[in-house]
Design a protein around this ligand. Structure first.
Ligand code: ACO
Length: 382
C-alpha cells in the first residue's frame, strides 16, 4: 500500500511495468489474447513446423531461411559448437561447486578472452559472435554437468541438429525422434520474449557499446533469479514435493494463504494463458506415455486447476517446460541453463538490434531521500 501511494506521488512505475523502453522487430506479445510472435510469425507455428535453427536464423536475420540458407546456417552453427581448449580447462578448474548457471556465466564471460578477432566491431563480426555463443552454450552446460558427475565431457557432433546434439552431449546417445522434437520445441518456445528482465539487462549493457560477451553475462545473471528463469527448477521441486505429500489442495491453499508464490504461475505481460504453456501442455498430453515421465503432466494439470480454483492465475511457460525437460532426462538443476541456451537466440538478436540504432539506456530515478543535510566532521558526530 505504502508503495502504491509512493508510486502515485513520484510517478514511478514500480518494476517498470507498462513502460515502453525500446522498439523491437523481434518478439511481440499480446498479453490479453495470449499470443506471441517472433518477427511476425506465430511462435506456435515455429515450434510446430519449424526448428530451433530456423528460429535462430529468423531472429538474427529478420526473415525465414530458404533450404539452402538453413543448411549453410546449420553447418556454420555446428562448426561453432566446439569449445576452445582453454575454456574447457577453465570449466574443469572452476573452484567450489558452481551451479550450471554459475559455470555457464563464468565461461561465457571468458569467451571474450579467446575471441578470434577482438578488434573487429563490424555487424558481420558481431553476428558471428552471437552465433558462436548460441552454438557453444549447450556445449558448456553439458560439459559442466558431465564433469560434475565425474564423467568426461563429450565433444559435440556436427551430425546432429542443435537440440539433438545438446541431448547427445549430456546423455551420451542421440535422442529418439520424439525426444529430439520435444527438446527442439522447448528451445524454440523459449528463444525470445521481448523485453523480459534478462533481455533488458542484455540491452542495457549493449547500449553502453560493451561487447556481446558482457551483454550475455548480464543476461545470464538476470535470468538466474527465481522470479525469472530459475522458476522452472522450482516448479519441478514443487511437483516432486506434491507427489510425495499427495495433497494438491492443501499445498495450493497453504501457499496462497501464506502469501507464497506458486512457481510457474503469473506473468507480468500475459493476463491470460501463456500460449507457450498451453501449447506444451497439449503436445505433452498427445504424447501420453511416449515420453517417460508424462505422469508429471497429469500432476501439473491438477495443480493448474486447483490454483485457478483459488486465484485467477495462469501457468507460464516454465510450468510445463519443467515436466517436459524432466521427462527428457535433464536434471532439474540444469533447467535454468537450458532456458538460457534457448534464450541466447533472442539475446543475440537484441544486442544486434540495439547496436543498429543505439542510444545509451540511462533512465532516471525519483529521489525520495532527505535533502539539505549539513556535513558534521566524524569527531563531532554523537
Ligand atoms: N503465486 C501466487 N500469487 C501470485 C503469483 C504466483 N506465482 N504471481 C502473481 N501473483 C499474485 C500476486 O501476489 C499479486 O496478488 P495481489 O494483487 O492479490 O497482491 C498479483 O498476482 C500480481 O502480482 P505481481 O507480483 O504484482 O506481478 P508481477 O507482474 O510483478 O510479477 C511474476 C510477475 C514475477 C512472474 C510473478 O507472477 C511471480 O512471482 N511468479 C512466480 C515466478 C515465476 O513463475 N516466474 C517465471 C515468470 S515467466 C519467465 O520468466 C519465463
Amino acid at each position: 500500500m505504502a508503495n502504491e501511494a509512493n508510486e502515485q506521488e513520484t510517478g514511478v512505475q514500480r518494476g517498470m511495468a507498462d513502460v515502453v523502453a525500446a522498439s523491437t522487430r523481434l518478439g511481440n506479445i499480446d498479453g490479453i489474447q495470449g499470443k506471441l510472435w517472433y518477427c511476425g510469425y506465430d511462435v506456435i507455428d515455429l515450434a510446430q513446423y519449424g526448428s530451433y535453427e530456423e528460429t535462430v536464423y529468423l531472429l538474427l536475420h529478420s526473415k525465414l531461411p530458404t533450404i539452402q540458407q538453413r543448411d549453410t546456417f546449420e553447418r556454420e552453427l555446428g562448426r561453432y559448437r566446439r569449445m576452445n581448449p582453454g575454456l574447457l580447462r577453465l570449466l574443469c578448474n572452476l573452484p567450489g561447486a558452481p551451479t550450471p548457471m554459475e559455470a555457464l556465466r563464468t565461461v561465457v564471460s571468458a569467451m571474450s578472452a579467446v575471441d578470434p578477432s577482438p578488434m573487429d566491431k563490424s555487424r558481420q563480426a558481431n553476428l558471428r559472435r552471437a552465433m558462436r555463443i548460441i552454438a557453444q552454450m549447450p556445449t558448456i552446460v553439458a560439459a559442466h554437468w558431465r564433469l560434475r558427475q565425474g564423467e568426461e565431457p563429450l565433444s559435440p557432433t556436427e551430425e546432429l541438429g542443435h537440440a539433438a546434439n545438446f541431448f547427445y552431449m549430456l546423455h551420451g546417445h542421440a535422442p529418439a525422434e520424439v525426444e529430439g522434437s520435444i527438446l527442439d520445441m522447448c528451445l524454440t518456445l523459449m528463444a525470445e520474449h521481448e523485453l523480459n528482465a534478462s533481455t533488458f539487462a542484455v540491452r542495457v549493457v549493449a547500449s553502453t557499446l560493451s561487447d556481446l560477451y558482457a551483454a550475455f553475462t548480464a543476461g545470464l545473471g538476470a535470468l538466474n533469479g527465481p522470479l525469472h528463469g530459475a522458476a522452472n527448477t522450482e516448479v519441478m521441486k514443487m511437483l516432486l514435493e506434491v507427489e510425495q505429500t499427495n495433497n494438491i489442495d492443501g499445498f495450493v491453499r497453504g501457499a496462497l494463504t501464506a502469501g507464497r508464490r506458486i512457481m510457474g504461475f503469473g506473468h507480468r505481460v500475459y493476463k491470460t494463458a501463456d500460449p507457450r504453456a498451453t501449447f506444451l501442455r497439449e503436445v505433452l498430453s498427445e504424447l501420453d506415455g511416449r515420453l517417460p515421465g508424462v505422469h508429471w503432466l497429469r500432476l501439473a494439470e491438477q495443480i493448474q486447476d486447483t490454483v485457478f480454483k483459488y486465484k485467477e492465475l495462469y501457468p507460464n511457460v516454465d510450468f510445463y517446460a519443467a515436466p517436459a525437460l524432466y521427462g527428457l532426462g535433464f536434471p532439474m538443476e540444469m533447467f535454468t541453463a537450458i532456458f538460457a541456451c534457448a534464450r541466447a537466440a533472442g539475446w543475440g538478436a537484441h544486442v544486434l538490434e540495439q547496436y543498429d540504432d543505439n542510444r545509451l539506456i540511462r533512465p532516471t530515478t525519483s529521489y525520495v531521500g532527505e535533502i539539505g543535510r549539513v556535513y558534521v566532521p566524524i569527531a563531532k558526530r554523537g
